[in-house]
Ligand binder design. Sequence first.
Ligand code: C5P
Length: 232
Amino acid sequence: MGKDVIVALDFANADQVFGFLDKFTGRKPFVKIGMELFYAEGPAIVREIKRRGHKIFLDLKLHDIPNTVKKAMSVLSNLDVDITNLHAAGTVRMMEAAIEGLTRPDGTRPLLIAVTQLTSTDQEAMENDLLIKEPIDQVVMHYAANAKKAGLDGVVCSPLEAGKVHATCGADFLTITPGVRFADGDIGDQKRVMTPAAAKEIGSDYIVVGRPITAAVDPVAAYERCVADFCD
Ligand code: C5P
C-alpha cells in the first residue's frame, strides 16, 4: 500500500457516519474506525463501510494476555479490515501472538501497527505512574523496535517522530501519523502538529486526519486538499 490519507471517523453513531460518507461520491477515503463508533455500532458498521468500498483502519488498540489477543485478532481478521493495531506495551510475546491470530489460513492478514506511548502520556506520567525512568523518545523507539522484532508492520507516531522511526526500524516500517493540520487551520487540542505537505516531506506513510476534514464546511474539498498535499 502506498501513501494515503486516512480520515478518522470520530462520530458517535452510524447515522452521522453515513451522513458524512455519502458526501464522497468520487474517491472513497481510507477511514479509521475507533472505539467509540465500534462499541456503539459493533462489527456491522465495519462490514457496511467495507461494502461501500472504503479501506478501513480498525483502531481498537488491543492489550491483554497473548492468548486473548490472539483470539480477538482472529475475529478481527474475519472482518477483512486493512489495518488494525495494539499496544506495544503488551510485550513482544503478545505482539507475536497477535500476528498469529490475525493471519488467515491462506497466509494473508491485515497490516498490524503498534501504538508506542500514547501522546497523552508525558515524561512525568511515565515516570510517576508507570515507573519508566528512561527518556520518552527512547521508550518510543524501543517499543517501535520491539514491534518490528515481533513482525509488525509499523507504528502510530507523531509526524515529528516518523523520520527517526524509519532511521531506527527501516524505511519499509510504516509510520501512521495523526496530529495533522492545514497551515491556515485550527489546531484544536493537538499540541504538536504538522501540515500534510510537511508530513509527506518527513516520510510519514499514512496521515490520520479527523477534524480538519470532518468539521470542514466542505469535507470533500478538505479531503481532496489533503490528498493533493500528501499523496500527489
Ligand atoms: O481530529 P484530529 O485530526 O485531531 O483526529 C486525530 C485522530 O487521531 C483521532 O481519532 C485521535 O484519536 C487519533 N490519535 C491522535 N493522537 C494519537 C493517537 C491517535 O490524535 N497519538
